[in-house]
Design a protein around this ligand. Structure first.
Ligand code: DX5
Ligand code: ZN
Length: 226
């Protein structure tokens, strides 16, 4: 059981609406929206107006990925937009439980993103409060980067921890995921694969999504990117 989440960072930004419509029709199960602040990462991306407009033209759940410092402030900018779930980066927030509760109180699912060079030790104390964990296989900030294979070991670790704590979470992988990584990532325990470049490359959205879904076994039921 797994799901494909299309990360709009990888599409032509001048035609985001059309790209999202096509991704939905082609079988993506989530739309992943990276918010970057030019501070936590060097890049700048999307704001609340785009999210509202995407909510009007697309019926897929919209997942917000805050790659920002002060994720509490950024979350508040998006609180009233039609997002289904919010993730923020563990190393961007010294007191994550406050923000986790605030996101939950707003009725949205909550997740934590963990960069490739960030350790998993604190997760033991936070995981029971989460719906999802996003293990990042690239440093946050840009699409099209090289996949870090350390993500496999981390996925297995988070899966074991979740079982040990008796608290199931949805395991997402974000960054550098292409057709050749789908099967091994699912094997390592991933539920949701977040794909930018591999979905939108060459504007061949339909063919790209078909290839990704096929790599993971067609006809499998959708997981949730919570
Ligand atoms: C990176 C973002 C990813 C990005 C992945 O900071 O969090 O969601 O869109 O893009 P690809 O699939 O191109 O690595
Ligand atoms: Zn992301």
């Amino acid at each position: 059981m797994w799901a494909l989440s299309a990360s709009i960072l990888g599409c032509k930004h001048a035609a985001i609406g059309e790209a999202v419509r096509r991704a939905e029709k082609a079988g993506a199960q989530y739309i992943h929206i990276d918010v970057m602040d030019g501070d936590y990462v060097d890049n700048l991306t999307f704001g609340p107006q785009l999210v509202r407009e995407l909510g009007e033209l697309c019926s897929l759940p919209l997942s917000l990925h805050l790659e920002t410092n002060r994720p509490d402030r950024y979350f508040r900018l998006f609180r009233d937009t039609p997002i289904h779930a919010v993730s923020f980066q563990l190393d961007a927030c010294p007191n994550p439980l406050h923000l986790i509760r605030e996101i939950r109180m707003s009725g949205k699912k909550v997740g934590l993103g963990i960069g490739p060079a960030v350790g998993l030790e604190p997760l033991r104390y936070v995981l029971p409060h989460l719906d999802s964990v996003t293990v990042m296989s690239v440093e946050p900030g840009y699409g099209g980067q090289v996949f870090e294979p350390s993500v496999y070991e981390k996925l297995r670790h988070v899966r074991r921890l979740s079982e040990e704590l008796g608290h199931p979470v949805t395991l997402c992988v974000d960054g550098g995921v292409d057709t050749d990584k789908v099967a091994p990532l699912l094997e390592a325990g991933a539920d949701v694969l977040i794909c930018g470049t591999s979905v939108f490359r060459g504007d061949r959205i339909e063919e790209n999504i078909a290839a990704l879904l096929k790599s993971g076994g067609a006809g499998r039921a959708a997981a949730r990117e919570d």
